[in-house]
Design a protein around this ligand. Structure first.
Ligand code: NAX
Length: 323
């Protein structure tokens, strides 16, 4: 039997946490032969709710779940962690500007980045889900001074999956037929779901859908999907976000067989400013995220890449005192 791996989840009593933990404990993230220890971080007011989640985890009697550690102490939560899912974040309150949101989360992700640096495994993989995810990821990576920034990634697989499902529906195929689609940039309304390189059953997607639909419906629908779900459900996406986070970690550690989208620190590929956390088309192997550098982009794509890059540069500017 393998040695257990330690998985830390922050914001574990929240709605994404609740939709995620039971699936992780069932083996959906690292495989059904990999025992795990769950280390769950919450803020003190949510510890009662977290105790309830822990009781439910116990009541499932998951064979792979060796131990659950609920805590409000970052050093305990990140101790020896092999995988960290940073889900907990400060939501936007009434009257809060974007700048205030960045600032409030900046404080959380600075502290958590430092604690990961000091207490987690040196080979830890850190996924940032809590919004604004790309810039929170940048802050955490910067504050983990001894760890390579490549060990930090932000989540856009939910957007990737939304785009895949929408294209499959439009072209009346199963999602398996869609390949090479990518979501670029920020996990925000400026993200760019690109179809230029995408294929559907081997045929270029843009030969199957008209450009007006792509520009005027597909792109805005993917960008606004989160808001649409809030309007319908009365609260934000949770099960689909949890699913995407599990998928992100599974692909990162076990490998991909097709292109997906992940936020990773830019090294200047596609002329994107170095140092920001930007979503690229990627594949994963050997536990590493590799940007797909083979794409030829047209002016329409390049304009969209620049727009979302500009937003990320503004976000970085707003929190530069934390870097
Ligand atoms: P909830 O408000 O249900 O849960 C968040 C939990 O985090 C709460 O239990 C809270 O007590 C906890 N928390 C707050 N500060 C913390 C801290 N410093 N340390 C540990 N825990 C802390 O939100 P939920 O719906 O679970 O969403 C979590 C985050 O995911 C939000 O920031 C949300 O915006 C973001 N999302 C990101 C997505 C993505 O694709 N990147 C999509 C889904 C989601 O909107």
């Amino acid at each position: 039997m393998k040695e257990p791996l330690r998985i830390t989840v922050t914001g574990a009593a929240g709605q994404i946490g609740y939709a995620m933990l039971f699936r992780i404990a069932a083996g959906e993230m690292l495989g059904i032969d990999q025992p795990i220890i769950l280390q769950l971080l919450e803020i003190p007011p949510a510890m009662n709710a977290l105790d309830g989640v822990v009781m439910e985890l116990q009541d499932c009697a998951f064979p792979l779940l060796r131990r659950v550690v609920p805590t409000s102490q970052p050093e305990e939560a990140f101790s020896g962690a092999d995988f960290v899912l940073l889900v907990g974040a400060r939501p936007r309150g009434p009257g809060m500007e974007r700048k205030d949101l960045l600032e409030a989360n900046g404080a959380i992700f600075t502290g958590q980045g430092k604690a990961i640096n000091d207490y987690a495994s040196k080979s830890v993989k850190v996924l940032v889900v809590g919004n604004p995810a790309n810039t929170n990821c940048l802050i955490a990576a910067h504050n983990a001074r001894d760890l390579p920034p490549e060990q930090f990634s932000s989540m856009t697989i939910l957007d990737h999956n939304r785009a895949t499902a929408l294209l499959a529906e439009r072209t009346s195929v199963h999602i398996d037929a869609v390949e090479n689609l990518a979501v670029w940039g920020n996990h925000s309304a400026t993200m760019f779901p690109e179809l230029l390189s995408a294929t559907v059953g081997g045929t270029p997607a843009l030969e199957l859908v008209d450009f007006e639909w792509y520009r005027d419906q597909f792109i805005p629908t993917v960008q606004q999907r989160g808001a649409e779900i809030i309007r319908a459900r009365g609260s934000s996406s949770a099960a689909s976000a949890a699913n995407a986070a599990i998928e992100h970690m599974r692909l990162w550690s076990l490998g991909t067989n097709t292109v997906t989208s992940m936020g990773t620190v830019s090294r200047g590929d596609y002329d994107i400013a170095e140092g920001i956390v930007y979503s690229f088309p990627v594949s994963c192997s050997g536990g590493k995220i590799e940007i797909d550098k083979t794409r030829t982009l047209d002016d329409f794509c390049v304009d969209r890449l620049r727009l979302t890059e500009k937003e990320l540069l503004e976000e970085r500017d707003a929190i530069k005192h934390l870097l």
